[in-house]
Write a protein that binds this ligand. Structure first.
Ligand code: SAH
Length: 391
């Protein structure tokens, strides 16, 4: 029997589920605050308010966090300001590269020992960061590695933003082979369910898209939020003044199968979740991306392609098929290529734009749904300094 994951009744998820101890959130960081909040923090240190803009420009504009490099700040203030506003939130435990250096995965240890991963993907015309919104995930999708271990905790706004700023620094220093030295896109397709950490996710998106020095200055439409389909939170997101792209992890066009593959479907059905996704597309003008991991003999039948085609025909949507990455111990496998091709053909014949996602990062378990489980098991308890960094 499939059990329903714990889903908060409000999209503003509590930090702890089921009355357990509230996890300790990390120290406050400038990326947790808007500019006014940073100005009062700086004033609280006895510094003039304009220092907030200076230190923000270092962090977001120059991707610099080292006090010594902030030469426009008086030497005596630098350490005080950086200690207070730029505490270390993420410590790299392991970095791995593949695809000839075009894909890099970083495993981070958080202040309380929780582990999360981010992936940086370079293409000839762009660099994309795939980041985590939670440590673990409570959504329990049976084909996803992250879903197997459950939720550890929500990430703070700054823990989300700092993944992106760190990866932007990697891109700027030319670490991504064959790609421009500038991070331009962010996808919330790492660990966690972004809409289950709603207020922090939205604040993080604002920080990433506000112009420097308030934020990182990315374009809203270059941010993709991927969700299992938490309908009230999807509707709340639609009502925000944010033109982000929505990705919906559908994986099945019928409730019988989706109840099993994406257990949250037991709460919000296919019709409801698609209606919320189409409303988001209509409001933002951004085509919704329907994510569909093709699983051999599970969801890859021609009739399911036809049903999906009927549901999406004429809508502002496209399908992104993901060859399943089998997780360790899973009974499931990717669909054979001819089956995949027939699925694509039927969707296209129905007039639905369809692509097959590239399988970036597979060798380093950095591809979709592969984050965490193996590395977490391998490094838990290993002090960061002893672990392998910078491979
Ligand atoms: N919780 C969010 C975002 C994280 S997962 C969501 O579910 O959308 C990012 C994407 O990877 C989702 O579409 C997810 O369903 C997919 N995914 C998870 N495990 C996978 C696997 N083993 N193979 C292929 N795709 C997978």
């Amino acid at each position: 029997m499939t059990t329903l994951p714990v889903i908060p009744s409000s999209p503003d998820a509590p930090d702890a589920v089921g009355g357990r101890r509230r996890p300790a959130m990390p120290p406050r960081h400038l990326a947790d605050l808007d500019l006014a909040g940073r100005q009062s923090a700086v004033a609280g240190l006895g510094e003039p308010a304009f220092r907030a803009k200076q230190i923000s420009a270092h962090y977001f504009g120059r991707l610099v966090r080292d006090a010594e490099a902030m030469t426009d700040l008086p030497a005596r203030s630098r350490a005080r300001l950086t200690d207070d506003l730029l505490p270390t939130l993420l410590t790299p435990v392991r970095e791995q590269a593949c695809d000839d250096g075009a894909t890099r995965k970083t495993l981070w240890k958080l202040h309380d020992g929780a582990l999360v991963e981010s992936v940086l993907m370079g293409y000839p015309d762009r660099v994309t960061a795939c980041v985590s919104s939670q440590a673990g995930c409570g959504m329990a999708c049976p084909f996803c590695a992250t879903g197997q271990a459950g939720l550890t905790r929500n990430l703070s706004v700054a823990e989300i933003v700092d993944q992106v700023v760190s990866l932007a620094g990697d891109a700027a220093s030319g670490k991504v082979t064959g790609a421009p030295p500038r991070l331009s896109r962010v996808v919330f397709m790492g660990m966690g369910e972004p809409l289950a950490n709603y207020p922090r996710l939205v604040a993080a998106v604002r920080r990433l898209t506000n112009p420097s020095p308030e934020g990182l200055g990315l374009s809203q439409r270059h941010i993709t939020v991927s969700t299992v389909g938490l309908v009230p939170a999807m509707r709340r997101l639609t009502a925000e003044d944010l033109a982000v792209t929505l990705a919906l992890s559908l994986h099945a066009p019928d409730d019988d199968l989706r109840d099993e593959l994406v257990p949250v479907n037991q709460r919000w059905k296919v019709a409801e979740v698609l209606a919320a996704a189409f409303d988001h597309a209509a409001r933002t003008g951004r085509r919704v991306s329907i994510e569909y991991a093709l699983i051999r003999d599970v969801n890859d039948q021609p009739w399911r392609a036809d049903l999906l085609g009927r549901l999406l025909r004429g809508k502002l949507a496209h399908v992104n098929l993901i060859p399943l990455n089998p997780t360790p111990g899973s009974k499931w496998d990717a669909s054979p290529k001819p089956v995949e091709r027939e699925f694509v053909r039927r969707l296209r014949a129905a007039g639905v734009a369809t692509t097959v996602r590239d399988t970036r990062g597979r060798e380093i378990d950095g591809a979709c749904g592969q984050l965490a489980a193996t590395e977490v098991a391998a490094v838990q308890g290993v002090p960061a300094a002893d672990a392998e960094v910078g491979q």
